[in-house]
Design a protein. Structure first.
Length: 459
């Protein structure tokens, strides 16, 4: 660290979200290159060499960067549609539109999704992309390029579907892949883009879409592929009561038992939603270390239900937060999910004891990093970890009268992001992105949304 350029952040409250939930009412952080070198209470050590910048963060709370564990970037172009539908009706309404997406649309939609998250404190993002219409270009490459330009740490969950309308699935046949093509394209994406290193900015997971859009062969072979390549696995699970019924009718068992029968439970697996889980399902996830991406706003938007997050946490299940696609969470922001996770879970059986502010913050930071298999690198503020840090401004009208900064962040209005650092590089200043042009992205996403709507209308 001696030769690295240092950034010193001082006079801020700090919530480290480490194993002991260490907090400092007023403290400092030293970022050296792309790592956190030191942090603690009071002022930074004297005599530090090569300090290129000092930040007086009075009135701010420093936290780990937020970690998003489930998203569908392409849906940025179909926000505000089918707003009064449940999941299956929503999918039926939108799959014919999504099936017209191409490389330019995928890139632009990824720009919009990433920009919205990054300006709201996300430093590690993921995208579950599973719609690959034939002859539409390099969609995975376009999404990864957008993430690199935005400057966030990123996991592409390379999705797939091989069950089209003719096989009883929901998407049009031309928007799904064959079993062999899906596996080959997924392997090629891993080989080209996955970086297994500690400070990786781009990783790839194997991610068949869901039990009702994917054959059993693709689920089973996908799991084998991921483990042969040494990457993680992701899919949707137990999102709705209709899915539970579907699995029993088609496979003769519930979703969790089906996942276990196809090799889809384990420490290298995480599932989106997991709303309808009984005690034995939760026990199976805990026993195997299978993770959960909790998406409270999307679950409410699609009337899917309330996931049993307090019970999962009590059992030891790894749980993080997800935005989900912006066609089912139009805000596209993760920091609002801290508050929504807390409030929605208090409507469940545990009521006011369901979650507290610090548990919600942990879900959005360390919990998410654990779910993505990156808790050793990010998700908490600790010496030696990656310099993924957010400064939240809490001294304005919106928060100034709330004495506890973590309570202010979680219970209060969405807090402004004064600075966000990813890998030691600042990507947000005073709520604006430094890496990309937000206004240009707004224009291009509007234009591409209109083009997609026109193409869909011609079908």
């Amino acid at each position: 660290m001696a030769a690295a350029q240092r950034i010193v952040i001082e006079n801020c409250s700090i919530a480290t979200v480490d194993a002991d939930d260490t907090e400092y009412a007023s403290g400092y952080l030293v970022l050296a290159g792309n790592r956190i070198e030191a942090l603690g209470a009071g002022s930074a050590p004297q005599g530090l060499e090569n300090v290129v910048r000092r930040i007086d963060a009075t009135g701010h709370l420093a936290t780990p960067g937020l970690v998003n564990t489930h998203h569908h970037f392409y849906q940025w172009l179909t926000r505000g549609l089918a707003t009064d539908h449940n999941l299956f009706d929503w999918l039926v309404a939108l799959y014919p539109v999504w099936a017209r997406i191409d490389e330019s649309m995928a890139y632009t939609a990824a720009q919009g999704s990433l920009a919205m998250m990054a300006r709201g404190g996300v430093t590690t993002a993921m995208d579950h992309h599973y719609v690959f219409p034939r002859g539409t270009g390099d969609l995975s490459g376009a999404i990864i390029r957008a993430a690199r330009e935005t400057g966030v740490r990123f996991t592409l969950a390379r999705g797939s579907m091989d069950r089209g309308e003719s096989d009883g699935g929901l998407p049009p046949d031309f928007a799904v892949e064959s079993l062999d093509d899906a596996l080959a394209a997924t392997e090629a994406t891993v080989q080209e883009h996955h970086d297994p290193s500690f400070d990786a900015m781009t990783q790839v997971a194997v991610a068949p879409c869901s039990p009702f859009s994917v054959s059993t062969e693709l689920m089973r072979d996908g799991a084998e592929l991921a483990r042969r390549l040494g990457v993680r696995l992701h899919t949707h699970g137990s999102e709705t009561v209709e899915e539970e019924k579907f699995c029993h009718e088609l496979f003769g068992m519930g979703p969790t038992d089906y996942f276990e029968s196809t090799g889809w439970l384990g420490e290298d697996v995480w599932m989106a939603h997991c709303v309808h889980m009984n005690d034995s399902d939760i026990a199976a996830f805990a026993r195997t270390g299978t993770g959960v991406a909790h998406c409270p706003s999307s679950n409410a938007r699609l009337a899917a239900g309330i996931a049993r997050v307090p019970d999962m946490l009590a059992a030891g299940v790894p749980v993080g937060l997800g935005v989900d696609g912006t066609a089912s969470n139009e805000s596209g922001e993760l920091h609002t999910e801290l508050r929504n996770a807390l409030l929605i879970n208090r409507l469940g059986a545990h009521r006011e004891a369901a979650l507290n502010a610090r548990q919600a913050l942990r879900l959005g930071t360390h919990g998410g990093a654990r779910v993505l298999g990156r808790a050793a690198e990010t998700g908490s503020l600790e010496a030696g970890k990656m310099a993924d840090v957010v400064l939240w401004k809490l001294d304005t009208l919106a928060h100034a009268s709330i004495a506890d900064p973590v309570t202010a962040l979680v219970f209060g209005a969405a807090a402004p992001v004064t600075a966000s650092f990813v890998n030691g590089r600042q990507i947000v200043a005073d709520g604006r992105l430094l890496t990309v042009d937000e206004d240009a992205i707004a224009r291009s996403t509007r234009d591409e949304a209109r083009r997609l709507a026109q193409l869909a209308a011609q079908r």
